[in-house]
Design a protein around this ligand. Structure first.
Ligand code: CA
Length: 524
């Protein structure tokens, strides 16, 4: 990968006077190995006081709860335009947004593993090597986690209890499991839902489920279909096995029950906690929980799954309240990528172009809700930029881990967004979001503008993963004004060259960070 060569070719058409770009780009690089950020000293100082006052009241650093839904579309929750209008009401999710901050430009990576690893390392997937999901049969050349310093490791050292419930999907081998990379405890499944369920789903996968020889070969791949309970430095046990689609349908209830019990246990202890609750739903293949089937107006399994997830979100919030820690807990709810349209109709909804697997908005723009009773002003909405990577730095700051103590031998892409989330009129510190597809730098958004230098184009309608190509753009990058054209259909092109040049310079500078800090290749 040579991003600078690629950029100099792609951007040759749009270089203008650099002085013009400086006023458009408000960010400042304060440390060589960290992403430049927009300084907001007053906002930061006020939030520091706000946090100190809370600490005086509680006597304990805040708990951090991340809730990650798998493949939920931007347009699925009611508060993002879906909900009842899309056949699946989401009252609990909507309440969380109404009582907190709803982000409308919150970005994930374009598939599961890249997002999940990025938020736990504060680094883009191309830097950690986790550029795409590790699939059955993949032979990777090194453990990507071996030289990464994960968020649960840092929080654990700072005195936090750390637990991951639900889907992992960032490596199943020893040394790569949650309990090996910093979490005190893991209770969940290693792979995604459809990998777990296909061996018991004779309707979708009869070729495996009904053929003993192929089934034996499939089993030989070693895809985990067990609910696993693992402890850091201790034992890892298989709690149960998914032996039917009904078992799969009930999995998220089992996981929610665990997190709810765990919240009660952790809240009673004399230390703060970090809980990452990762739903198996609503990633395909969805099977309605047999105890809750038909919950949605649509009655369709995907929609029932959305309604079930919403119920569990309400129960998790209620558990924090009952345990008496709601006022000392930041909850952040999101999805790890856009809807997987390749699986439609077992897929979510996005109003944007593209879907999971692309770096158009449909693949990467996701719901993002921050809720903290008493600390985040209810009813806030912001279209300022937020990259899920920023959760890493924000969690460190809340835990009192100084960001300056991070290693200086690697590049960090996160930005600490504590003051954006917690100030009543908070503004983002992030000036640019970069979009990658594997080891290819694809696009960049600054303010409402987005420039693509490569694109993923489906060759069959809606087949963004299974029948798509990655293409270079032509003389001018594909340049969209998302405020005029949120669907990225009408390029404004070289006529907008002053802004395009600035986004181009930003992409070039981003590519330049790889000269000193080369990407990691793990053979994916
Ligand atoms: Ca996903």
């Amino acid at each position: 990968m040579k991003p600078t060569t690629l950029l100099s070719l792609s951007l040759a058409a749009c270089l203008l006077t650099p002085s013009f770009g400086q006023s458009f780009d408000r960010s400042v690089r304060q440390v060589e190995n960290r992403e430049p950020s927009i300084p907001r000293p007053e906002q930061e100082a006020q939030v520091k006081v706000k946090l100190a006052n809370l600490h005086k009241k509680t006597g304990q650093r805040p708990n951090i709860v991340w809730i990650v839904v798998d493949d939920m579309g931007y347009g699925d929750p009611g508060c993002y335009g879906g909900g009842e209008a899309a056949g699946a009401a989401t009252p609990h999710l909507d309440a969380l947004a109404a009582d907190g901050l709803r982000l409308t430009s919150c970005y994930a990576q374009q598939t599961c593993t890249p997002t999940r690893s990025a938020i736990l390392t504060g680094r883009l997937p191309v830097r950690t090597g986790l550029t795409r999901p590790i699939l059955a049969g993949d032979k990777i050349t090194k453990n990507p986690w071996a030289d990464e310093v994960s968020l649960p490791t840092l929080l654990g050292k700072a005195g936090y209890a750390t637990v991951l419930t639900g889907k992992w999907h960032v490596g199943e081998s020893e040394g790569m499991r949650p309990q090996d990379v910093g979490f005190d405890e893991f209770y969940g499944f290693y792979p995604a839902q459809k990998e777990v369920s296909q061996r018991v789903d004779a309707r979708r996968y009869p070729g495996i489920a009904l053929d003993p020889l192929l089934m034996a070969a499939f089993e030989g791949l070693g895809i985990g279909h067990h609910l696993v309970h693992g402890f850091k430095g201790g034992r890892t046990i298989k709690v149960s096995s998914i032996e039917s689609t009904e078992d799969m349908g009930r999995a998220d209830q089992v996981l929610a029950d665990f997190s709810i019990a765990k919240i009660k246990e952790l809240a009673a202890k004399d230390k703060p906690f970090f809980l990452e609750h990762c739903f198996m739903k609503v990633h395909c293949d969805n099977f309605a929980n047999p105890d809750l089937a038909g919950l949605s107006a649509s009655k369709y399994p995907y929609k029932d799954a959305i309604v079930e997830v919403d119920l569990h979100i309400g129960a998790l919030r209620a558990a924090l309240e009952e345990a008496g820690v709601l006022e000392n807990t930041l909850i952040f709810l999101t999805s790890d990528n856009g809807p997987q349209m390749d699986a439609w109709p077992d897929a979510g909804y996005t109003p944007f172009r593209g879907a999971k697997g692309t770096t158009f908005e449909g693949g990467v723009r996701v719901p993002g809700i921050a809720y903290w009773k008493g600390m985040i002003e209810p009813g806030r909405v912001s279209d300022d930029l937020f990259d899920l990577l920023d959760l890493f730095g924000t969690a460190l700051t809340l835990a009192g881990v100084p960001i300056d103590t991070l290693a200086d031998d690697r590049y960090y892409d996160f930005i600490d967004q504590t003051s954006f989330l917690l100030h009543d009129n908070g503004r983002s510190h992030r000036e640019a979001v970069y979009f990658w597809w594997g080891a290819e730098l694809m696009a960049c958004r600054m303010r409402q503008f987005k420039a693509h230098i490569k694109v993923v184009l489906p060759q069959t309608t809606h087949k963004y993963i299974d029948h798509a190509t990655v293409m270079d753009v032509g003389l001018a990058p594909w340049f969209f004004d998302l405020y005029l054209d949120p669907k990225e259909e009408m390029t404004v092109g070289h006529r907008m060259s002053p802004w395009l040049a600035t986004v181009g310079s930003k992409l070039k500078a981003h590519g330049g960070t790889f000269r000193k800090y080369p990407p990691k290749n793990i053979g994916l």
